[in-house]
Design a protein around this ligand. Structure first.
Ligand SMILES: [Zn+2]
Length: 189
């Protein structure tokens, strides 16, 4: 089975889907039976709306999200399913932090449960940068059962932490020179 150690912060069924997409072995049938649905969130605009609705409901006071998109390079370049970044750039003489959430494009063709897990995970990072108890409590609040789906201990305390890296100005990995990333977290466990 494909080792996804670097994705440890995510629930097991989600990782199973990724393994399936990578290996297309017997697991595919199981997942197909258990999660037969396909969500309708197909564009970046729809994804933005989807994220905003969840945020509005559960994390109203968290900082606003400026951009949400499917990124077809995410799983390859960052080895991540989702990514949350806070990039700062000068706007009208002021330095403004812009928050972004990126979802690996492979989840465009996935069961609604999986998209929800990714989005809930990245939204929780608006408040908690680490995969700590508070982080999983927040995930659980937005998506009851989030932690239960972990194969590790059956509770919401799964290990792993987000890689939080400072990057030099002008290098954001996405080819956007005006952006000056101050902090980015890829959920790599
Ligand atoms: Zn994470």
């Amino acid at each position: 089975m494909t080792d996804l150690k670097y994705l440890r912060g995510y629930p097991e069924p989600l990782l199973a889907q990724v393994r399936q997409l990578i290996a297309e072995e017997r697991l595919g049938d199981y997942l197909q039976r258990r999660y037969p649905g396909r969500h309708q969130v197909q564009s970046d605009k729809a994804l933005y709306g989807y994220v905003q609705t969840l945020k509005q409901e559960y994390l109203k006071s968290a900082p606003p999200i400026d951009k949400v998109l499917y990124d077809n390079r995410l799983d390859l370049t960052h080895r991540a399913l989702g990514l949350h970044t806070a990039v700062s750039r000068v706007q009208g003489g002021k330095l403004k932090a812009k928050k972004e959430i990126r979802v690996a494009a492979l989840f465009r063709e996935a069961a609604p449960e999986f998209l929800q897990m990714i989005v809930v995970h990245e939204l929780a990072h608006l408040r908690e940068s680490e995969h700590n108890r508070a982080f999983y409590k927040l995930c659980e609040h937005m998506l009851p059962g989030y932690g239960r789906s972990s194969s590790t201990c059956g509770c919401s305390c799964i290990g792993g932490s987000c890689r939080v890296a400072d990057q030099p100005p002008g290098v954001d990995g996405f080819g956007h020179p005006p952006y000056r990333p101050v902090r980015s977290g890829a959920c790599v466990g």
